[in-house]
Design a protein around this ligand. Structure first.
Ligand code: ADP
Length: 517
């Protein structure tokens, strides 16, 4: 048994019994250690000040692994959100006018501070979100990479000069920041979903009001504290949390907010899209997926098993790019099902701070009930659970890593995102059939294919109605490549040189009367 070796979290564990689920004492010590960390914050951030809700109301933040209450944070609403918008609006004036090189330096400082606090941020993520510490530390590096990348991109926001159609004119294109941005983020990546948005926004001169998920606000607040320490001026980055619909409505209603960027469910994304119409705001939406993971007969079995395992079970299946349907060609189906199940059986479930654990708890009881109802639906329609299929003996919201065979397209498991550690296996005969099954959904975020045939790789990649395609690889997201979906998986792209365009307006400037001396 091991506890991360942060200076803020020295815990003596030698006398504790060896088990997957750590004692309440140990977890309280981790939480206690983190609370003494200089980056631990449990108030909202408005105009550079740490602030509570105006009526003093709070909400509890839980550790999903134990149910322990880690902190109380302000339960804010429209009023605090409007204050945050005003601060961001005031700060925009100066932040958008300093040089790109200066903004780049601030972001670089922030990146360096995030990386030098990697251990505490990782622990906070594990504590409030539940993912294994190793994965949480991976998220810190991944999340920080967006700040580093956009610190560099800040200096490359080039405009254009267009050859004029009349001799006495000169035509220019200027790229300018859209203004105040409202960023609404989910709980499954408490840091990375924020940095993916705030990095490019700040780089090009926008200011931001972030609303993290109420389930995981502590990582967001710690990251905001580091932004202040990096010298990012007050009001440039604000954080509010509490009543999500009220905060969302305030962001939507304000004419000062010029853009909403959101990662979360398709249902809330649609609401925001409707709400943004009132003030005609720019929108970026990263919504749900229903990722197919197609394994062809000609795939390398080991590569396919390893890739499908990573794509499916990362964060206990709670990511929007998680393989939601493993679609396997009939010639390799039995062999794959056997090898895959063996690999899934080896996934150790437990508290994220325990060494060797690769599957943490699900985020809450509703998430477990959703998984249970999907399994029930599939079984009632003829699917077979060959591994797992029930709550884990650890209790709480732990669920057994599960493999279900004989899944068909009409079952809930194939139609909707299960967002849990359940791999449904579907069978197909021909390449055309695989493409048809894969595209038979309203979602279009990530898809994975496993094949050793180069021509097939191109054919299938081109035919898939998805924003991202992984070939012989299950983990493909990186700050240097565009991330985003088609169809009802969303609008816009995050990361890469394209990601910054989401925060920029193009202004065409025409100079006339240029031939006069
Ligand atoms: P999930 O099911 O993954 O939690 P949600 O879409 O419900 O996805 O949540 C994503 C983010 O959207 C969270 O920060 C949540 O608080 C926020 N949210 C939920 N409902 C609304 C709403 N009506 N307006 C604005 N934000 C909302």
């Amino acid at each position: 048994m091991r506890v991360a070796g942060s200076p803020f979290c020295k815990v003596v564990t030698s006398h504790l019994p060896r088990m997957h689920h750590p004692s309440a004492f140990r977890l309280m010590s981790i939480a206690g250690g983190l609370k003494n960390s200089p980056i631990f914050r449990s108030l909202g951030l408005i105009g550079g000040k740490w602030i509570g809700a105006h009526d003093g109301n709070t909400l509890k933040v839980n550790n999903p692994s134990t149910g322990e209450i880690i902190a109380n944070v302000p339960f804010m609403g429209g009023r605090e959100t409007n204050d945050a918008i005003s601060s961001a609006y005031d700060a925009f004036n100066s932040w958008s006018k300093i040089t790109a090189a200066e903004r780049s330096k601030y972001l670089r400082n922030w990146y360096d501070l995030i990386m030098s606090h990697k251990e505490e941020l990782g622990q906070l993520i594990t504590l409030e979100q539940g993912k294994p510490l190793k994965e949480a530390l991976g998220e810190v590096s991944y999340g920080a990479s967006f700040i580093e990348f956009f610190a560099e991109e800040a200096k490359r926001v080039y405009g254009d000069i267009i050859p004029a159609t009349l001799a006495d004119r000169r035509l220019f294109v200027l790229k300018q920041p859209v203004g105040v941005v409202g960023a609404i983020t989910p709980w499954n990546f408490p840091l990375a979903m924020i940095t993916r948005k705030v990095g490019p926004a700040l780089a090009c001169g926008c200011t931001v009001v972030v609303k993290p998920s109420e389930l995981t606000p502590l990582t967001a607040l710690a990251a905001a504290e580091l932004a202040l320490q990096a010298g990012i001026p007050p009001g440039v980055l604000n954080v509010v949390m509490g009543n999500a619909p009220d905060i969302g409505d305030a962001l939507l209603a304000s004419p000062q907010v010029r853009k909403i960027t959101f990662t979360g469910s398709t249902a809330v994304g649609k609401k925001l899209m409707t709400g943004a119409a009132g003030t005609v705001k720019r929108l970026s939406l990263e919504l749900g997926g229903n990722a197919p993971c197609i394994v062809f007969d000609d795939a390398d079995l080991d590569v396919a098993v390893k890739g499908a395992l990573a794509a499916k079970f990362r964060n206990s299946g709670q990511t929007c790019v998680c393989a939601n349907r493993v679609i396997v060609q009939e010639g390799i189906y039995e062999k794959f099902a056997e090898a895959f199940s063996k690999a899934v059986q080896n996934l150790q479930v437990g508290d994220g701070f325990t060494e060797g654990v690769v599957q943490g708890p699900l985020i809450n009881e509703a998430a477990v009930q959703k998984v249970e109802s999907f399994i029930q639906d599939a079984v009632s329609k003829g699917a077979k659970v060959i591994l797992g299929g029930k709550r884990h003996s650890l209790g709480m919201t732990f669920y057994e890593p599960t493999v279900v065979t004989d899944v068909r397209s009409e079952m809930l498991l194939a139609r909707e995102e299960v967002f849990g550690p359940v791999a449904p296996l579907l069978r197909f005969k021909t390449e055309e059939e695989a493409i048809r099954i894969a595209n038979d959904t309203n979602a279009g975020l990530a898809a994975y294919i496993f094949t050793n045939n180069v021509r097939r790789t191109w054919r299938v990649s081109e035919a898939l109605d998805y924003g991202l395609v992984g070939v012989n690889e299950g983990i493909i997201s990186t700050e240097v490549a565009p991330f985003g979906g088609v169809k009802q998986s969303g609008l816009g792209r995050e990361g890469s040189k394209y990601g910054i365009d989401e925060y920029l307006e193009l202004k065409y400037i025409c100079l006339g009367d240029m031939t006069r001396k």
